[in-house]
Design a protein around this ligand. Structure first.
Ligand code: SF4
Length: 274
């Protein structure tokens, strides 16, 4: 994301009184403007969430990252797909679990994940084509096992369903389980989850500044629908359009993958919906 797009994001945060800025990648911390964006957003009173892959803390040049995040009061949400070395290394690569544990211990030492202002939450998603287990029960298991084995504490565990798109979707197709997984999602759809899906109060901005209803639509290249006031004047919405247009109550672009958000206990960037 360029400096120009980031400047526009900062202007939109201020002009729309946006409450939360949720940064994800790849590794958003590697953007050369990351710290400037975080500092500007925090100065506006915006809650900043860094979706951190943990191992980034040990990359060359990132030695001061953890201290910066703590000093800026940034919320950290980190993916840890299991509490066992074997499962994490199988999913994320050899050595990932050990580095993730070391990073979590470092964050705990800075005051993260201890129930105070420095929030540290973990993300779990199933390894295969199944729905996530009950979030509260799994959170209790994670807290007990990570606490007993490594002395780690954290605030929340978010369980996320796997979306039938991108790498996971390709894996399902190659194993011949795509149709079965879609059936599972459809059969477990809960109308009540529609009220809370994240696209109702979140917009997703890509590195060029284009707007989507959510990150999944961004990955699929499905742009946010144009409001009537703009329709015909441009091809797609850009984050700069938020400076002069209110997108409240605009239609949301949906498709079959949305069942990944509405199945079972529901799934969003903040975990289960039910
Ligand atoms: S996948 Fe569909 S239901 Fe889920 S957040 Fe995106 S648009 Fe909303």
């Amino acid at each position: 994301m360029s400096a120009e797009v980031i400047d526009t994001v900062i202007k939109v945060l201020a002009s729309r009184s946006i409450k939360t800025l949720d940064l994800t990648g790849g590794a958003p911390e590697l953007n050369v403007h990351f710290r400037r964006l975080v500092t500007a957003a925090r100065a506006l009173g915006v809650k900043v969430i860094d979706r951190c892959n943990l191992t980034i803390l040990f990359e060359p040049g990132q030695e001061t990252l953890a201290d910066f995040l703590a000093a800026s009061g940034v919320t950290i949400v980190a993916s840890l797909p299991c509490y066992s070395l074997k499962n994490v290394d199988e999913q994320r690569g050899k050595g990932t679990f050990e580095k993730s544990i070391k990073a979590l211990q470092q964050l705990n030492a800075l005051g993260y994940g201890r129930g105070g202002a420095l929030e540290l939450s973990l993300v779990y998603n199933p390894l295969g084509p199944s729905l996530p287990p009950a979030q509260a029960k799994l959170e209790a298991d994670y807290k007990r096992l990570l606490g007993e084995q490594f002395g780690i504490t954290f605030d929340h565990l978010y369980t996320l369903a796997n979306m039938p798109i991108q790498r996971f979707g390709s894996m399902l197709i190659s194993k011949g389980t795509f149709a079965g997984y879609m059936k599972l999602l459809r059969e477990n759809h809960q109308d009540a989850n529609i009220e809370a899906v994240m696209c109702r109060d979140t917009v997703s901005v890509d590195y060029n500044g284009a707007l989507y209803d959510c990150d999944f639509n961004q990955m699929l290249g499905l742009p946010a629908p144009l409001p009537l006031a703009i329709a015909g004047k441009k091809a797609r919405l850009h984050v700069s359009d938020l400076l002069s247009n209110d997108l409240h109550n605009q239609p949301i672009r949906i498709a079959d993958h949305c069942y990944g958000c509405t199945a079972g206990q529901g799934s969003s960037c903040g975990g289960a919906l039910a």
